[in-house]
Every structure is written in C-alpha cells, then in structure tokens.
Ligand binder design. Structure first.
Ligand SMILES: Cc1cc2nc3c(=O)[nH]c(=O)nc-3n(C[C@H](O)[C@H](O)[C@H](O)COP(=O)(O)OP(=O)(O)OC[C@H]3O[C@@H](n4cnc5c(N)ncnc54)[C@H](O)[C@@H]3O)c2cc1C
Length: 453
C-alpha cells in the first residue's frame, strides 16, 4: 500500500519499501525528510541497504520521478491511491501555508509571490508539463486534485492567482512555444521563480475576443506593442504576460498572435483595480506604449494566436470549474457545521426541515457539478475533445457556485453579511465564475451554435 510522507513521497512496492530521494550513507535506518522534522524508521533505499533522505531541494524531483516510473501515470479511475497520496500532500500544503494566512492575503490585496517559489519547490506548478522543462509529466486528473485542495484555502483570490499562472497563462507556451522561449520563461515559471499573467481582455473587448485592438507592429526583429488590457489577474505580480495582440488587422482570425511580454520592458505599466471580491489577488489595467519585444517572443506561429488562445481557454475554464465547485463544497461543509451549532427556538438550525431540504438540494447540485467536471477531466486524460462539455460545465458550475453561496449566506443570517464570514466572502467571490474566463452568455452563445440554433 502506498504511503505518503508529508511533503516528500515514498511508497512501497510489493514487500520492498522504496522511496524517491537521495540515498546517503547513514546508519540509523531512517527515511529523513530534511527541513520537516520527520523520520520514518526502517525505510531503506530500494537499491542498497542504506537509509534514504529526501532532501528539501529535491522535492520538485519527486513528482517527476514518480511520473517517469509510471507510478503517477494516467489511471482509469481518478481516485487511485496515487491521487489520494497527492491529495494529502496538497492538503497539507494548503493547511500549513495558505489557510492560516487567508485574511492576511486579503489585506495584502495581491498574491504573495513567495507562495510560487514554495509551490515550485514542491513540483506543483507544472503538473502536466514536460519533465524536460521541470514539469511533472502528469495528466489533468492531478490538476483537478491540486485545485480541489487549494480551493479549500479560504481565499478564492489566492487560488485564482495560482491557477492563472499554472493553467491560464502557461499552457500555450508549453504547447507551442519555441525551445528558447520555454527555457527562458517556462522553466522558471514551473520552478516558481517567475509568475505569469494572461492578457486578453480589453476595455472595449471582453466576450468578443476578436474585437481586441492592442496592436503589435513588426519593426525588423521586434514587435512594437501599443494598447491596453483590463481586469488582468496577477497584474502587479507577473514577471511576464501571455499577451494576445493583433499582428495583422486584415487577416481576420489569422491576424492575432500570442506574445511573451516581460513586465520589466520599458513602456509597460499597470494600475491596480479595486474589486468587490477575490481580494487576495491583484487585478489591474495594463498599458503598452511602444513596448518592444523580440519577434522571437511569439508563441507558436505568427497569426495563430486566436486559435491557440481558444485552446488555452479550455484549461482556464476547466480549472475555474474545479476551483469554484471545490470552494462551494468547502462552504457547504462549513455551513453544515454552522447549522448544527446555531440554536434557534430551542433546537439546532440543522434540525429544521427547511435547512435539511435546502442542504440536500445544494448537495445534489454539487454532486452533479463534480460529476460533470470529472467527465471533462476524464476526456482530457483520454485525449478526447472536451470543448462542448467544458463549455456546459463552465455555465453549470458558475450557477451552482452562485446558488450555494446565496443559500449559505442566508443560513448564516446577519453574520453571513459580515466581511469576516466565509459565506459573505463566497457570496461576492463566487459571482466571478459566471463572468471571468468567458461569461455565462458566451458559453450559451457557443453551445447554441453547437446545437445548431
Ligand atoms: C476579477 C476578474 C479577473 C479577470 N482576470 C482576467 C485575466 O487574468 N485575463 C483576462 O484576459 N481577462 C480577465 N478578466 C476579464 C474577463 O474574462 C471578462 O470580464 C469577461 O470575458 C467578460 O468580458 P467583459 O467584461 O468585457 O464584458 P462584455 O463582453 O462587455 O459583456 C457584457 C455583458 O454582455 C453579455 N454577453 C456576452 N456575449 C453575449 C451574447 N452573445 N449575447 C448576449 N449577451 C452577451 C456578457 O455575458 C455580459 O453580461 C477578469 C475579470 C474579472 C472581473
């Protein structure tokens, strides 16, 4: 039976205990996870009788090593023992590093950049990416587990800032980027040394992506970029942007390109925006005034940016579904606890039939949403097209999330309306999922066409 050892991972194979890490010449016969004050007596190196050490600096290697050994490869079931080991690891990270600081993150109003380094050290920032660039070489099922757990951190903004980096701004680079671009931007992004943002929406074009006007004009070997983007997550934190710009206004859908723009390039600046929710993330307006970047910073082929961005949106929407529903499940659980403790008319709120019926209804819808998400994930794992299903999931999960938040704030009464209440924050945070990454109406518009209306 596999055994998880907090931040490091070890497992047993048959009767021989094995572990991933560095074998050292020690006599104690212990597995030691450096920096974590944890030892496991009797766990030895599989190749020799010496004890084993999982060094702190080697943690990123552990997931990759497991993937390489086939231990973390795709499973027909999305709930294999390996998934559960991984879940435990992320849960521990969430409980130790994120949840205790949830309100501090709100006050910061931007994502704490050091979190990325910590996650990079644990190998959590490039789960599906090629081990050649530091990724773990896993599949979408592990992304699902990652965000099911991170979303329980009591700060939707932090989860959003992380997911923008891992699954909204980097997928195109990983899929279509040149070797040089990947070495320069993907490798440090997976290591948590660089943070990314996705810059598509503009003041005059959100749902209608083809209406964007930010222009990249070629001047020799450089793009000269002018324009503006708005509502961009990680605006203040990002080291580079995955920018969608018009490179040929005459070429229709073949006239857009995705370009890596480092945020320290002269002519770039941002202003932070004041949001009603998701306080733990920084959202801003970006300005480009004669920003010069090499044409070699183009991700994939010049003119393929629109199509690549549409593909990248699939990861964005699916990770949005996972995070929002996981956050709603967490809220449902906490609300249940509240109804059991809150006494009204001499008995717990949970003993009233209205409470039970509503909680069952929410539970049913959350279960349906999770089933839909799992079907999307399974299709991604199987390499099948999931566009229609992800579109419907985005629409459905957004509505379920909003409904859960609305009902849960009601169960909390006046306390639910306080900023410190989880239900109150969820009420505003959950509103975003029906807008960001493509609004409900954008999903309906797409599906209406798919269904032949
Ligand atoms: C907190 C936050 C973070 C964000 N992060 C990012 C980010 O990191 N990167 C990024 O690029 N963008 C980001 N966005 C932008 C987000 O993706 C857009 O707000 C969204 O796509 C909607 O665009 P819009 O705001 O321009 O609304 P509009 O496109 O102006 O839409 C206005 C209304 O029209 C509706 N509508 C759309 N299409 C139709 C239709 N066919 N028929 C009828 N009605 C329709 C919309 O649903 C909406 O109700 C973020 C937004 C927020 C609020």
């Amino acid at each position: 039976m596999p055994a998880l050892l907090t931040m490091g991972i070890a497992w047993t194979s048959g009767r021989v205990p094995r572990a991933i890490g560095r074998c050292v010449d020690k006599d104690e016969g212990e597995l030691v996870i450096l920096g974590l004050d944890i030892t496991v007596p009797g766990l030895l190196c599989g190749a020799c009788p010496k004890p084993f050490v999982v060094a702190e600096q080697m943690r990123p290697l552990t997931l990759r090593a497991l993937a390489a050994k086939g231990s973390f490869m795709s499973h027909a079931s999305l709930n294999s023992p390996e998934h559960e080991q991984f879940r435990e690891m992320v849960r521990r990270f969430t409980e130790e590093e994120l949840r205790p600081r949830a309100r501090e993150f709100d006050e910061m109003g931007r994502i704490d950049k050091s979190l990325f380094k910590k996650m990079g050290d644990l190998g959590l920032l490039g789960l599906r990416y090629d081990p050649e660039y530091g990724g773990a070489g896993l599949d979408w099922s592990y992304t699902m587990v990652l965000f099911e757990e991170l979303a329980r951190c009591d700060n939707a903004g932090v989860t959003m800032g992380i997911s923008v980096h891992t699954d909204m701004a980097t997928p195109s680079l990983a899929e279509f980027g040149s070797e040089t671009l990947k070495r320069e931007y993907l490798v440090p992004s997976i290591a948590g040394e660089m943070v990314s943002a996705i810059a598509v929406t503009e003041p005059d074009a959100g749902s209608d992506v083809s209406g964007i006007r930010t222009r990249a004009v070629r001047d020799g070997d450089e793009w000269v970029i002018n324009g503006s983007k708005i509502y961009i997550t990680n605006a203040a934190t990002a080291d580079w942007l995955c920018l969608l710009a018009v490179t040929d206004p005459e070429a229709g859908y073949g006239g857009f390109s995705q370009i890596v723009v480092p945020t320290d390039t002269p002519g770039f600046r941002y202003e932070l925006l004041d949001k009603i929710g998701n306080w733990g993330s920084d959202t801003g307006q970006l300005y480009f005034e004669d920003v010069r970047v090499p044409v070699a910073n183009t991700i994939g082929d010049i003119g393929r940016g629109f199509q690549q961005q549409m593909m990248q949106f699939q990861d964005e929407r699916l990770v949005g579904c996972v995070s929002s529903i996981a956050g709603s499940v967490h809220l449902w659980e906490e609300t249940r606890r509240w109804t059991e403790e809150r006494i009204l008319f001499g008995k717990p709120l949970s003993k009233m039939q209205n409470t039970q019926f509503k909680m069952v209804e929410l539970y049913t819808e959350l279960t349906a949403a999770r089933a839909l998400i799992r079907e999307c994930v399974q299709r991604r794992v199987d390499g099948e097209d999931a566009t229609g299903l992800i579109t419907m999931a985005k629409l459905f999960c957004g509505r379920v999330s909003r409904k859960v938040a609305d009902e849960c704030i009601q169960f909390h009464g006046g306390y639910g309306y306080m900023k410190e209440s989880m239900a109150g924050r969820a009420f505003v945070d959950s509103r975003l999922i029906s807008i960001g990454g493509g609004s409900d109406e954008t999903m309906q518009h797409y599906m209406a066409k798919q269904l032949g209306f």
